[in-house]
Design a protein around this ligand. Structure first.
Ligand SMILES: Cc1cc2nc3c(=O)[nH]c(=O)nc-3n(C[C@H](O)[C@H](O)[C@H](O)COP(=O)(O)OP(=O)(O)OC[C@H]3O[C@@H](n4cnc5c(N)ncnc54)[C@H](O)[C@@H]3O)c2cc1C
Length: 461
């Protein structure tokens, strides 16, 4: 079994030679730090809007080395944050509704660009399912649905599927019902980010790999190879942000771990179904997420070791055997027929979590410094919307995107260590215990332990 090696997605795709590093100090109109989805989408839309712009992207490793080449491949319209918190913005609930509409449209925008640029990322817009496998989870589904309805989300946005309706789509052992949102697509994440990097360089953007930025200051990104001087410098480093000076406590690098099976036999697929390629999650507190891959496997992820002391980031993506076993148990519990295919590859990556779990797109016109991130695990579509928004902000063009409630949003900083480590580990211990209690079926109500966790963390539901 492969463990680490960045991700299965990259191993399956195969890597071509790394692009050269920055050859020396230079000048640009816009300097973007980080070549994941955020940095690349920003470069893509900026260059399309103004082909004369000189845009330099600096990437410490290679384009798609971070979460963008390791994720679960859900191009999801889920809000990267809390409705309640974003409603505090001056535009109130209406601003949040517009934000959500833009996120739904973003799923189609990603598909449109893939088609226009010839990016074959196995994109299928099959929607997303959240299944309940216990009475407490089913009760949470129904509460969730009631909250969506009172917010104004109709049947076109989310609907309840009973056991039989769910079984018509896919068979999950023990599932009693599900919620279904049509606005989600499945992708092969590394194919998406690699295709995007190619599209961006084709358009004339200069992308330098193997070029770590040591510091960002007004008008300058400093690297060992020389400085890039530019009136706009954009930090697009999400889960890696804690490594940069001055922003150590801005985004917590939260770990997420994944496994992928070997190819499943046609008998196994007949038993499971899943012809619609919906992305799949559940209602557990320590939740899972999965997809049916374009090459006939199941890729499944979950929290694993959530966070390393001091915001330390593990770079090669290897995960401990205990996490592989934990994810394997979830896989076999939901899909017993996957035993035959075994687990072929395991890996992890970091995503950026702000203290209030709400993402930000920020641009200070006085300094020319901007950034976007903190998508709390909902970053694949959101990074596209953030990229379009940053492009408008850099160009100083007022647009419907530049007034969305995440623009200029300020999250509090995380606590210093050891409080940060203890808090995150304590929270996930609470969630795991709550899941175990609920799985015993003794109660159909959400465990008080989980509610306590939500209260302490401020995690939105
Ligand atoms: C395992 C996993 C599963 C996930 N699943 C999903 C999902 O299914 N759906 C979803 O919506 N979201 C998911 N996410 C979150 C999503 O992948 C991220 O939010 C998104 O990819 C962030 O993109 P980004 O470009 O902002 O950051 P990244 O993709 O992390 O890119 C940042 C880049 O910056 C580079 N960098 C960092 N520091 C420096 C520096 N100092 N100098 C130069 N370069 C630097 C890094 O090498 C990296 O390439 C998942 C995340 C993980 C880890």
């Amino acid at each position: 079994m492969h463990n680490g090696e960045v991700s299965y997605w990259w191993r399956a795709r195969g890597r071509t030679a790394q692009r050269p590093p920055l050859p020396g100090g230079t000048e640009a109109d816009v300097c973007i730090v980080g070549a994941g989805y955020t940095g690349l989408w920003t470069a893509y839309y900026l260059k399309r809007a103004d082909p004369a712009l000189r845009i330099v992207v600096l990437e410490a490793a290679f384009a798609g080395f971070g979460a963008s080449g390791r994720n679960g491949g859900w191009v999801t319209a889920a809000l990267p944050g809390s409705r309640a918190r974003y409603t505090e913005h001056s535009r109130g609930a209406q601003g949040v509704r517009e934000f959500e509409r833009h996120l739904r449209e973003t799923v189609d925008e990603v598909a449109r660009v893939c088609a226009a640029e010839g990016i074959d990322a196995g994109l299928v817009k099959g929607g997303t399912l959240s299944v309940a496998t216990s009475a407490a989870q089913d009760a949470r589904l129904r509460q969730h649905l009631a909250a969506e309805r009172s917010w104004g989300a109709d049947e076109n946005i989310v609907r309840y599927l009973n056991k039989e309706e769910l079984a018509g789509r896919l068979t999950v052992a023990g599932a009693v019902g599900a919620l279904y949102w049509p606005d989600c697509a499945r992708v092969q994440p590394a194919d998406l980010v690699a295709g995007l990097a190619e599209a961006v360089t084709r358009s004339g953007v200069l992308l330098y790999e193997g070029t770590p930025v040591a510091d960002i200051t007004v008008g300058r990104a400093r690297t060992p190879m020389g400085d890039v001087r530019a009136p706009f410098v954009l930090r697009c480093t999400e889960g890696f942000t804690a490594d940069l000076p001055g922003v150590h406590r801005t985004l917590l690098p939260m770990n997420s771990s994944m496994i992928v099976t070997g190819p499943l036999s046609s008998d196994a697929w007949r038993a499971i179904g899943w012809d619609g390629c919906e992305t799949l999650g559940d209602e557990a507190h320590a939740y899972m997420y999965a997809q049916r891959t374009a090459d006939g496997r199941i890729a499944l992820g979950g929290r694993g070791v959530p966070y390393r002391f001091g915001s330390e980031i593990d770079h090669d993506g290897a995960i401990p055997p205990s996490t592989i076993a934990q994810l394997g148990r979830i896989l076999r519990r939901m899909f017993p027929v996957t035993v035959e295919a075994g687990i072929e590859h395991a890996w992890c990556g970091v995503l950026g979590v702000p203290r209030d779990w709400c993402a930000t797109v920020m641009m200070d016109p006085r300094t020319g410094l901007g950034w976007a991130g903190g998508y709390t695990g909902h970053g694949v579509a959101a990074a596209n919307l953030a990229g379009r928004t940053l492009a408008d902000l850099v160009r100083g063009v007022p647009s419907p995107l530049t007034t969305l409630p995440w623009v200029g949003h300020r999250s509090p900083r995380w606590e210093p260590e050891p409080l940060r480590w203890a808090g995150v580990h304590g929270l996930y211990a609470l969630y795991r215990t709550a899941d175990r209690l609920e799985d015993t079926g003794r109660s159909s109500r959400t465990s008080l332990l989980a509610r306590a966790g939500d209260l302490v963390s401020g995690i939105p539901h």
